[in-house]
Design a protein. Structure first.
Length: 600
C-alpha cells in the first residue's frame, strides 16, 4: 500500500476517478494462457534494497495526463515487456515475470517526466495501478558560468557558479541552462497520482520505512541543445521547499532511485520559517519526508455471495494523525490487497464504491507484527449488473480478438471477447437508472463499433450485437513485433503513410534527432484496400538497422483514405534477415498492425 498525508475525502475523489479500470467478479475476466515455469530465485539481500523474487502475474493500469484525462500513446515498460496505452489510457500485461517485492512499471512519453510505480505483487492474479504523468514545463533559465536561482511555484533551487557538467562526457558546462521542473504540494489534488514509487524507503539494514510526505519536486537540467546536465562531483545546489501548516520542525530530503523504485534519504533539511532548506548533490525527484515503522498486512474482500471484490479502492487512515491516509490500494483479481501499514497504531480500514460512498469500514490494529485479516465480507447492499452482447465485424462474422467497453459517466469498464465474439462483464453499479454507452473494438483489424446507449435499470442487460466497422479514433499507431520483442510508435508527425507512383510506404519512429529508433516498410499497388506484396521491411535501433526480406508476404490493407485520412492494415509472416558477413539468412517472425495518417 502507498502512504501520504492528504485529506481523505479528496483522496477518495481523486482515486475513484481512475480506479475502476474494469472491475469484474471472477469468472468474467478472459482466461490467461497457462503460466510457464517461473524463475522464483530469491537474490541475496543487498543493502538498501529488498530481496528480489520473480513471480508471474497480470498487471493492468491506466495512465492520465496533467488534466486527469486518459493518456493514449504512452509507452509502458515492466518486467522486460513493453506496451502502449490505448485511447482510454489503458495497458495490460498478462503472465508477466516481475519482482514480487517492488517490481517497477515505467510510463514514458515525450515532453513528460517518467511516471514510475512499484507494487508488492501477488502471484497468478491481476494487479491494478494508475499513473499520472507530469509535463516538463520550462521553469526558468540561467547561465551555468555565473549560477542563478529558479523558482517553481512555492519551491526554488539555487545553483552556484560553475557547478554543472554535461552528463554524456562529464565535461564542465558554462553555457545557458534550461530548467524543466514541476512542484506539487500537500494540498495539490494531483500529488498522489504523480509521486513515483510507493513512498517507501529501504535503509541499509534492509528494513522498510514508510514516508510521511510533504511535497514533490521533479527537476531535469538541459543545455540549450537539449543535452542532459547534472551537478559536478562535489558540488551542491540549495533546495527550498514549502513547510505546510502542521509540518514537523525537522525532516529529511529524499530522492527517488529509478533503479530500485524506492526513496533514499539524502540530507537533513532545516526549517527556516515556512520553508525547508537543504543542499543536494544531484537532481531527480525530491521530496521532504518523515519515516515511520511499518508491518505487513493483508486482507481479502468478498460480497454477500462470496464473490471477491475486484479492483476496488481500499483506504487505511491513521487514527492518531489528522487527515493522514496511511495506505491505499486497489484489490487484485482475487479481492486481495497486501502491503505495508503503520506499526503500533490504531487504524481505520475502509472500502469505497464509484459514487464516493463508503461500503465498508472497520477499526483495526494496532499491529506489532505481520497481520492477515483473512476474508472480510462487505454488506448485502451491493448492486451488481451484468452487461453482455456479441462483437461482430462488417461481414457479421464473430470478432475473436477484441474488447467490449462500457462507459458509465466517465468510469470505463472493459472485457475481452471470447473466440465467438461473446462478452459478459459484471459491474458493481451505484448509479441505478443511469445511462451508459457501450462499444466494441476489433483489435486485429483496427475497427470499432458506434457507441450504443443503454439504461442501467435491470440486473441483466443484453446490449445485442455490436458491429465493429469503423476506423478506430483519430490516433495513429505503427506496432510490430520481431520474434518476441514488440515495438510501437504513436507520436504525431513521426507516424505516417505516403503514396508515390504505385508505392505505399509506412513509417513510425521516435523523436530522437540523431539515430532515431523505428520501423519502415513499403508495398506495391494502387491506393485502395486490398492485398499487396511487401517489398521490404526495415527495423532501425540504436545506430543499427535490420533489413528484412519478405518471402511472398502479403499486406492486407483494410482502409485506404485520402490525404489527411488513414491507411489501416496488418500482416504476419516469417521474414529473412541477410547476414552481411556470410550472406546467410536468419528467419524472424514478424507481426505488424498499423493505422497511420496519409501525408502524400
Amino acid at each position: 500500500m502507498k502512504k501520504t498525508p492528504f485529506p481523505i475525502k479528496r483522496l477518495i475523489f481523486l482515486l475513484l476517478s481512475l480506479a475502476w479500470l474494469g472491475c469484474k467478479k471472477p469468472g468474467t475476466e478472459k482466461p490467461s494462457p497457462p503460466v510457464p515455469p517461473v524463475d522464483t530465485t530469491v537474490t541475496h539481500p543487498v543493502p538498501g534494497k529488498l530481496p528480489e523474487k520473480n513471480i508471474s502475474c497480470n498487471i493492468q493500469g491506466q495512465v492520465l495526463n496533467e488534466n486527469g484525462q486518459p493518456f493514449s500513446g504512452v509507452t509502458i515498460d515492466a518486467g522486460g515487456a513493453t506496451a502502449v496505452t490505448d485511447r482510454y489510457g489503458f495497458f495490460r500485461f498478462d503472465n508477466i515475470l516481475i519482482n514480487q517485492n517492488g517490481g517497477m512499471v515505467r510510463a514514458t512519453k515525450a515532453g513528460y517526466f517518467a511516471g514510475i510505480k512499484n507494487l508488492f505483487y501477488k502471484e497468478k492474479t491481476t494487479n491494478y495501478l494508475s499513473i499520472q504523468l507530469i509535463p516538463k514545463h520550462l521553469a526558468g533559465t540561467f547561465n551555468a558560468g555565473s549560477g542563478g536561482t529558479v523558482g517553481i511555484k512555492d519551491a526554488a533551487i539555487e545553483f552556484p557558479a560553475n557547478s554543472l557538467v554535461i552528463v554524456s562526457g562529464n565535461q564542465s558546462y558554462t553555457g545557458d541552462v534550461n530548467v524543466y521542473a514541476a512542484y506539487s504540494g500537500v494540498g495539490d489534488q494531483d500529488l498522489l497520482r504523480q509521486i513515483p514509487g510507493n513512498l517507501f524507503s529501504v535503509p541499509s539494514d534492509n528494513t522498510v520505512a514508510a514516508l510521511e510526505n510533504y511535497g514533490l519536486l521533479a527537476v531535469e537540467l538541459q543545455t540549450a541543445d537539449g543535452e542532459p546536465l547534472q551537478l559536478a562531483q562535489g558540488r551542491e545546489a540549495t533546495l527550498r521547499m514549502p513547510a505546510p501548516a502542521g509540518a514537523p520542525a525537522a525532516l529529511s530530503f529524499y530522492s527517488f532511485d529509478e533503479s530500485t523504485g524506492f526513496w533514499n534519504e539524502e540530507v537533513k533539511a532545516v526549517r527556516s520559517g515556512e520553508v525547508y532548506v537543504g543542499k543536494v548533490s544531484h537532481f531527480s525527484f525530491w521530496s521532504p519526508d518523515v519515516p515511520f515503522p511499518v508491518v505487513d498486512m493483508e486482507v481479502t474482500f468478498e460480497d454477500q455471495h462470496h464473490h471477491p471484490l475486484v479492483n476496488q479502492l481500499v483506504v487505511i487512515a491513521r487514527s492518531g494523525v489528522a487527515n493522514f491516509v496511511a495506505g491505499y490500494a486497489l484489490t487484485d483479481s482475487s479481492g486481495h490487497v497486501w502491503g505495508k501499514v503503520p506499526a503500533n497504531e490504531q487504524l481505520l480500514l475502509a472500502m469505497y464504491n464509484g459514487c464516493l460512498n463508503s461500503i465498508f469500514s472497520k477499526n483495526i490494529g494496532p499491529f506489532s507484527a505481520a497481520a492477515n485479516l483473512g476474508v472480510l465480507q462487505v454488506g448485502s447492499n451491493l448492486s451488481w449488473i451484468t452487461v453482455s452482447g456479441k462483437l461482430i465485424d462488417c461481414n457479421t462474422a464473430p470478432v475473436s480478438n477484441g474488447l467490449a467497453i462500457v462507459d458509465i459517466e466517465g468510469i470505463v469498464y472493459r472485457s475481452a471477447v471470447d473466440k465467438n465474439g461473446n462478452f459478459s462483464m459484471d459491474i458493481l453499479n451505484c448509479n441505478t437508472g443511469g445511462l451508459a454507452s457501450i462499444s466494441g473494438m476489433d483489435i486485429t483489424h483496427a475497427k470499432q463499433s458506434n457507441p450504443v446507449i443503454i439504461t442501467l435499470n435491470a440486473p441483466v442487460i443484453n446490449a445485442g450485437a455490436l458491429y465493429a466497422c469503423s476506423g478506430m479514433s483519430n490516433e495513429s499507431f505503427f506496432s510490430y513485433s520481431i520474434d518476441s520483442t514488440s515495438y510501437t510508435y504513436t507520436m504525431p508527425g513521426y507516424v505516417y503513410g505516403e503514396y508515390v507512383s504505385e508505392n505505399t510506404s509506412i513509417t513510425g519512429t521516435d523523436d530522437l534527432v540523431w539515430y532515431p529508433n523505428g520501423g519502415y516498410f513499403s508495398i506495391q499497388g494502387p491506393s485502395r484496400p486490398g492485398s499487396y506484396p511487401l517489398f521490404v521491411f526495415n527495423h532501425q535501433f540504436v545506430r543499427n538497422a535490420m533489413i528484412l526480406i519478405p518471402t511472398n508476404t502479403m499486406v492486407e490493407i483494410t482502409d485506404y483514405g485520402e490525404i489527411n485520412q488513414f491507411i489501416t492494415g496488418h500482416f504476419s509472416d516469417t521474414l529473412l534477415e541477410v547476414n552481411s558477413y556470410d550472406d546467410t539468412k536468419i528467419p524472424h517472425i514478424v507481426n505488424c498492425v498499423f493505422r497511420v495518417k496519409r501525408t502524400k
